[in-house]
Design a protein around this ligand. Structure first.
Ligand code: NDP
Length: 285
């Protein structure tokens, strides 16, 4: 038997009280030396402590939201829109979001609206997703990029052109959006998932024609990483939590049960099998 140490939550801070170190204690436990077939042995190198560990109330008990709407994807959507979107309330801006039914995209469109865009249009890979974007998540319109004439549909849904483009996908979809962007408009370069299976640098090179259009129209297209805004994460989580609890930010999840299905869940998400955040449920609370 090997001796291990484990940190255990001993007590919760009382109502309106601050957490203290004594809420946790460290105890020793025995771990068998050998491991059986099908088991793995892991060693913890680092642990994180985060504001949201204090209070499941932040998500009204939906702990998985910390992986999505009130976690990294939510912060990505929030900081992308706030830091790179140049949203100006009252300016009648149209925002387009690609990957719009995914974890980041479904939130980015809603946040664009909350921040002041007057029109929000999503692009996603199925009619079902498009219908959910409009009927549940408050998008004004949505285009299925796998069906019909996307160029024409987008022109129809964005009659005044595109002012802000939250780009999750890159590739052909983005070329169409970029061709309909207005003078002095802004691309929020969140990700380029359509290019991730290709051996290209990040961000992948644009066609000379698209490069020229960006230059001629003075379109900004800045990269950003959610990790760059670590100093704003706590405030961001509180903002997202508030919007979720007020019902202003609607949350969608696709839950796959069982650790053994993590590979299948990843493969499915990369092919568009998810609506909202793809979660793997490992054990019931
Ligand atoms: P999603 O929940 O959006 O899942 C991925 C989605 O991508 C799929 O559901 C699928 O939806 C879409 N997709 C897959 N292949 C293609 C394709 N060839 N063309 C168009 N769409 C495609 O994932 P996330 O929200 O976690 O990530 C979205 C993007 O945000 C990614 O590019 C990711 O790298 C980026 N990201 C960036 C961060 C940052 O800090 N900048 C942080 C986190 C994520 P569909 O059915 O519509 O095809």
């Amino acid at each position: 038997m090997g001796i291990i140490r484990r940190a255990v939550l001993h007590s919760r801070p009382g109502k309106n009280s601050e957490p203290v170190a004594e809420n946790f204690f460290v105890e020793e436990a025995n771990l068998p030396d050998g491991i059986a077939e099908g088991q793995v042995k892991v060693q913890t190198l680092y642990l994180s402590v985060d504001p949201y560990m204090l209070d499941p109330e932040l998500v009204d008990g939906h702990l998985s939201y910390f992986l999505g709407a009130v976690g990294m994807p939510g912060l990505t959507a929030l900081f992308g829109v706030k830091e790179k979107g140049h949203v100006t309330p009252g300016a009648s801006q149209t925002m387009v979001v690609s990957g719009a039914a995914g974890a980041c995209g479904s939130l980015a469109g809603q946040i664009g609206r909350l921040e002041g865009c007057s029109r929000v249009v999503g692009i996603s890979g199925s009619d079902e997703k498009c219908s959910i974007l409009v009927s549940e998540l408050g998008f004004d319109a949505a285009v299925n990029y796998k069906r019909g004439n996307m160029t024409q549909k987008l022109r129809e849904f964005c009659p005044a052109g595109v002012d802000i483009y939250f780009d999750n996908v890159g590739g052909d979809v983005s070329d169409v959006v970029l061709s309909q962007m207005n003078q002095n408009s802004h691309v929020i370069l969140c990700g380029q998932i359509s290019q991730y299976n290709k051996d290209v640098p990040y961000p992948p090179p644009l066609s000379p024609q698209t490069e020229a259009a960006l230059r001629d129209k003075n379109i900004t297209r800045d990269r950003f990483l959610v990790l760059w805004y670590a100093d704003k994460h706590e405030a961001g989580i509180l903002q997202l939590s508030q919007w979720v609890r007020e019902g202003k930010l609607k949350v969608r999840e696709t839950v796959t049960k069982g650790l053994e299905n993590i590979g299948a869940a990843f493969q499915s998400m990369m092919k568009g099998g998810n609506i909202g955040k793809q979660i793997v449920l490992v054990s019931e609370e």
